[in-house]
Write a protein that binds this ligand. Structure first.
Ligand code: MG
Length: 271
């Protein structure tokens, strides 16, 4: 049971590591699940009271292994998975000089559809299905990391369950929180869901190519983000058209450098 909103988690949680091709040219420190092709583990959801302790464990594990974990959150349909597909493709094409590998933990209530999309990029991916749950928690991330086995010095995107409410309240042990909002959602979302935007280190305003077709003022939307979070960086972009993606990669590289210098206390306020 989610102690925040009362949603039920009685269906349990499933963690599935999708099989992947071996032609990516490096060794992994984990056993590959050759047979069966997917590994499914039924786990119980940790109590909310334990979450912060488990998040601290995750943070320490990630720091020890120099893994940069980013918690990507938004409402459903804002473009999280498309952003990750495009990011992985572009990093691969550009030589990816920052990280030893890029992999993804996908959170959804049901299906492995997003994990299959990520897998098609060639990246390592684990799908966490939360059943009736509306968010990922630190225990789910720990189990996802265990199934994923990310390389030391790698980048792990954690795509949270599409939801602007509960995911904001659960520390996973991530280095930073990236919140997407698309212009098609309307400009008032930061005011209606302030906890999500207040918890963000970076706000990506996606689908700006659609601005001519919606009654949304980009400056007003960014101003509403500022009202609830004066310090978050705000980057307008269009993942599908490519506008603003350079700034996104710049932010990623800067966050990676800061995290590598002092991973346990990585602060986005320091340069
Ligand atoms: Mg998705």
């Amino acid at each position: 049971m989610c102690a925040t909103c009362g949603c039920g988690n009685d269906d349990g949680v499933r963690v599935t590591r999708l099989d992947h091709p071996h032609e990516h040219g490096h060794e992994h420190p984990h056993e590959h699940p050759h047979a069966p092709q997917t590994q499914t583990v039924d786990i119980e959801v940790a109590l909310l009271a334990k979450n912060d302790h488990l998040a601290a464990n995750n943070r320490e594990w990630l720091a020890t292994h120099r893994v940069l974990a980013l918690n990507v959150m938004s409402s459903p349909g804002s473009g999280k998975t498309t952003l990750l597909e495009r990011t992985i493709d572009d990093l691969s094409a550009g030589g990816n000089s920052h990280w030893s590998d890029v992999s993804v933990i996908e959170g959804d209530q049901e299906t492995a559809l997003d994990a299959q999309r990520i897998r098609a990029t060639g990246a390592q991916v684990v799908q966490v299905n939360t059943g009736a749950g509306c968010h990922l928690d630190a225990d789910m991330l720990a189990r996802g990391l265990q199934a994923l086995g990310p390389l030391d010095g790698s980048l792990v995107f954690v795509e949270n369950v599409g939801n602007l409410v509960c995911p904001a309240l659960f520390d996973l042990g991530e280095a930073a929180r990236v919140v997407l909002v698309s212009v098609t959602e309307g400009e008032d979302k930061p005011l209606k869901y302030p906890q999500m935007f207040a918890a963000a280190d970076l706000v990506l305003v996606n689908k700006v190519d659609l601005l001519p077709y919606v009654e949304v003022d980009l400056d007003r939307l960014c101003g509403y983000v500022r009202q609830v979070n004066p310090t978050a960086e705000i980057l307008p972009l269009s993942v599908t058209h490519g506008d603003g993606m350079g700034s996104w990669f710049g932010w990623l590289a800067g966050t990676g450098r800061r995290s590598a210098r002092n991973p346990l206390t990585a602060s986005l306020d320091t340069v």
